[in-house]
Write a protein that binds this ligand. Structure first.
Ligand SMILES: [Zn+2]
Length: 70
């Protein structure tokens, strides 16, 4: 498994890989809620590839900041 970098927004070592409904994965910060886009997969092989892709997105800083209501 590739390493997840610290969160690019809050700089905490708090990123985890999340699974959504058995069809996609994404990386999310458990502190501030920043996340990558969802990467869809259709099989176990594709799932491993999808995890690598979202880890790469995260480490590149291609993330979506959680919009918080004030
Ligand atoms: Zn964060």
């Amino acid at each position: 498994m590739d390493e997840l970098e610290f969160c690019p927004v809050c700089h905490e070592d708090s990123a985890i890989i999340e699974e959504e409904g058995g069809w996609c994965v994404y990386v999310q910060c458990t502190v501030c809620g920043t996340h990558t886009s969802f990467i869809r997969y259709d099989s176990e092989e594709e799932k491993a590839d999808a995890e690598k892709k979202c880890i790469h997105l995260w480490n590149m800083g291609k993330v979506i900041r959680e919009q918080r209501a004030e």
